[in-house]
Design a protein around this ligand. Structure first.
Ligand SMILES: NC(=O)c1ccc[n+]([C@@H]2O[C@H](COP(=O)([O-])OP(=O)(O)OC[C@H]3O[C@@H](n4cnc5c(N)ncnc54)[C@H](O)[C@@H]3O)[C@@H](O)[C@H]2O)c1
Length: 264
C-alpha cells in the first residue's frame, strides 16, 4: 500500500510511534525513525531492517526547530522527498488542577502542541514544492497523534488535555491552508493505550487517587466498551489507513481509536 513512499515518524523509539514506524515499513515505506532517544530509534530501525524493511534512525527533539530541519534536510538529500510525516512525539504529567505548576504546563505544551506545530510546518515547507506522489493527486500527507483527551478532558490532566485540544485546532487550520498545495493534514485520537506513558500515568494516578495500580487499569478497561486496553498496533493501523490511498480525500479530520471510550 505504501510501496516506494518515504515516511518520517517522531517519537518512534517506543510505544505508539514504534508501532506506527513498523506498520508503515511493513506496508512498504522507507521510514525515518526519529526520537529524542537516538538509542531507542536505532533499536526500532534495526528491528525494521531485520524484518526486511527499510529504516533510518535520526535524533530529533521536536521542541527544537533545528533538529527537525536537520532531519528534513537529511531525508530530502537522501530520498528526494518525504511523502508521509507522523507528528507523534508526546509527553504527559499528572497533577490536580489546583496544584498544576508552570513547569507542567510549559513541558506539555512545548512537546505536545509546539512540537506538532514545528514538525508539521518544517516538513510542509518543503513538501509543498515536491512533485505529486506517484499515482496520486496529492504531494504528501501530514498526520498527528492527538488523544481522546483532545475531545474529553479528564481530571489530573487539564494541561495535557489543553495541549491536545490545541493539536486538533492546528490540524484543522493547517488542513485548510495546505489543501491548495495538495497536502492533507489529519489526526488520530488514541484512548487508553498500553505503553510506557500509560505505565507512568497508572503509577501517578494510583498515588494521587490512593488506590492500587490494578484498580486504575481496571477503571480504564471499564471505561472502554470493547473491554480491553488499546494496543499501539490499534493506532498504527489507522495511521496506515490515513497514510494510504484510501484516505486521499480526507483532510482536517481526527479519527477516534479508543474502543468506544469516547463516542459523540
Ligand atoms: N499511551 C496512551 O494511552 C496515549 C493515549 C492518547 C494519546 N497518546 C499520545 O500518543 C503519542 C505517543 O505516546 P506513547 O504512549 O507511545 O508514549 P511513550 O512515552 O511510550 O513514547 C513516546 C516517545 O516519544 C519520545 N519523546 C518524548 N519527548 C520527545 C521530544 N521532545 N522529541 C522527540 N521525541 C520525544 C520518547 O523518547 C518516546 O520514545 C503521544 O503524543 C501521546 O500523547 C498516548
Amino acid at each position: 500500500m505504501l510501496e516506494g513512499r518515504i515516511a518520517l515518524v517522531t517519537g518512534a523509539g517506543s510505544g505508539i510511534g514504534e508501532a506506527i514506524a513498523k506498520r508503515l515499513a511493513r506496508e512498504g515505506a522507507k521510514v525515518w525513525v526519529t526520537d529524542l532517544d537516538l538509542e531507542a530509534a536505532s533499536r526500532v530501525a534495526g528491528e525494521i531492517e531485520a524484518a526486511g524493511g527499510r529504516a533510518r534512525p535520526f535524533k530529533v527533539d521536536v521542541t527544537r526547530r533545528e533538529h527537525l530541519e536537520a532531519a528534513r534536510d537529511a531525508a530530502f538529500a537522501e530520498d528526494g522527498r518525504v511523502d508521509v510525516v507522523v507528528a507523534n512525539a508526546g509527553v504527559s504529567t499528572m497533577r490536580p488542577f489546583l496544584e498544576l505548576t508552570d513547569r507542567d504546563w510549559d513541558f506539555n505544551f512545548a512537546v505536545n502542541a509546539k512540537g506538532v506545530f514545528l514538525t508539521l510546518q518544517t516538513f510542509a515547507r518543503r513538501m509543498k514544492d515536491q512533485p505529486l506522489m506517484e499515482g496520486s493527486e496529492l504531494r504528501g500527507k501530514l498526520i498527528a497523534t492527538a488523544s481522546m483527551a483532545a475531545r474529553q478532558a479528564a481530571p489530573l490532566l487539564a494541561h495535557y488535555s489543553a495541549s491536545k485540544f490545541a493539536v486538533l485546532g492546528l490540524v484543522q487550520a493547517a488542513a485548510k491552508e495546505l489543501a491548495p498545495y495538495k497536502l492533507t493534514v489529519n489526526a488520530v485520537n488514541p484512548g487508553f493505550v498500553k505503553t510506557s506513558m500509560q505505565e507512568r500515568e497508572v503509577k501517578w494516578e494510583a498515588e494521587l487517587r490512593g488506590i492500587p495500580p490494578e484498580e486504575v487499569i481496571a477503571d480504564y478497561v471499564r471505561q472502554t466498551p470493547l473491554g480491553r486496553l488499546e494496543r499501539p498496533e490499534d493506532v498504527a493501523g489507522v495511521v496506515a489507513f490515513l497514510a494510504g490511498p484510501d484516505a486521499d480525500f480526507i483532510t482536517g479530520e481526527a479519527i477516534e481509536v479508543n474502543g468506544g471510550a469516547w463516542i459523540f
